[in-house]
Design a protein around this ligand. Structure first.
Ligand code: NCD
Length: 312
């Protein structure tokens, strides 16, 4: 059976999530020790595994951390800088055909695409595992796995948490995957802070309600600051707006600065999938609660674990 990673709910069972988190922890230990652990790398005695990296939308962290992770576990990477401009898609080739072919050149495909549902379509047509690195305003499951890894590392737990998700909850795919997964944890209280226009999509809100989650939605960040363990801040997804006037109305809705910090608990953390625009002012970076750069680093360990799981 192919091991596609498309929807974060594939990891709703605690034991499946723990498997990846534990493997990522081992990857981090290996990295920090500077010594290879043969059991964690791809096997040397069989052909080298190749990962194809197919990105139809811009990316810095996701693409480079996947490439780095693949190199670190002993595999090879194949990719085009910008699939939208430099692949045969510009000649009208369908995603279905593209993945069918790429699947004969590589052992797995990491795909980022502007359309929600594209990762599923790719998986249905691919002879090799497909990893969803963001499908439009749909999901971003590997980001959530590194987010959860970060929360566990920083706070020592992923249950019994209070978390506020702030910013673009409508278009933010990192939010969607994170909310889906946290709905399956024990005693996680979620606060959703956004402009009216950018509230959580209806289908996700309904899913959470069915799971017994109380939807604490507000436009006022100050209401939640002194209560939360995690403040998960996101960028307003400019590229997904129909009109620039709408974007201008909400673009600077929330800005985290030292005043915000002064209202937060001493042992809380601030996360952000990055890139940030104006949502977190640079003065916050030096505070110990600013976890977003550590979070980005964790991406490599988690993606090493995912690639080992998919290809190992
Ligand atoms: C996010 C994404 O692409 O969804 N970035 C990332 O992968 N770390 C967030 C964003 O673009 O705002």
């Amino acid at each position: 059976m192919e091991k596609h990673i498309i929807d974060i709910r594939q990891f709703k069972k605690p034991e499946d999530l723990d498997y990846i988190l534990d493997l990522a922890e081992k990857m981090e230990e290996m990295e920090k020790s500077g010594r290879n652990d043969k059991n964690l790398l791809l096997k040397k005695d069989i052909r080298k595994k190749i990962l194809a990296v197919l990105f139809y939308e811009p990316s810095t962290r996701t693409r480079l951390s996947f490439e780095s992770a693949m190199h670190k576990i002993g595999g090879e990477v194949l990719g085009t800088e910008n699939a939208k401009e430099f692949s045969s898609v510009t000649k009208g080739e369908s995603l279905q055909d593209t993945v069918k072919i790429i699947g004969s050149y590589a052992d797995a495909i990491v795909l980022r695409h502007p359309e929600e549902g594209s990762a599923k379509i790719a998986a249905d047509n691919s002879p090799v595992p497909v990893i969803n690195a963001g499908d439009g305003q749909g999901q971003h499951p590997t980001q959530t796995l590194l987010d959860i890894y970060t929360i566990k590392k920083e706070l020592g737990k992923i249950d019994n948490l209070k978390i506020a998700m702030v910013g673009d909850l409508l278009f933010g795919r990192t939010i969607h995957s994170l909310a889906y997964l946290l709905a399956h944890r024990k005693n996680v209280e979620m606060f959703f802070v956004s402009p009216e226009m950018l509230r959580l999509p209806m289908d996700i809100a309904n899913y959470l309600r069915r799971k017994g989650i109380v939807l604490n939605e507000t436009t006022n960040l100050d209401e939640v600051l002194d209560d939360v363990d995690v403040l998960y801040v996101t960028r307003i997804q400019k590229e997904r707006f129909r009109s620039s006037e709408d974007y201008d109305k909400v673009k600077n809705s929330f800005v985290i600065n030292s005043n915000t910090l002064s209202k937060m608990k001493k042992n809380s953390i601030i996360m952000h999938p990055l890139p940030r625009v104006n949502e977190i002012s640079p003065e916050v970076d030096s505070d110990h609660r600013a976890a977003y750069f550590r979070q980005a680093e964790n991406g490599v360990y988690v993606r090493m674990a995912l690639l080992k799981y998919v290809l190992g």
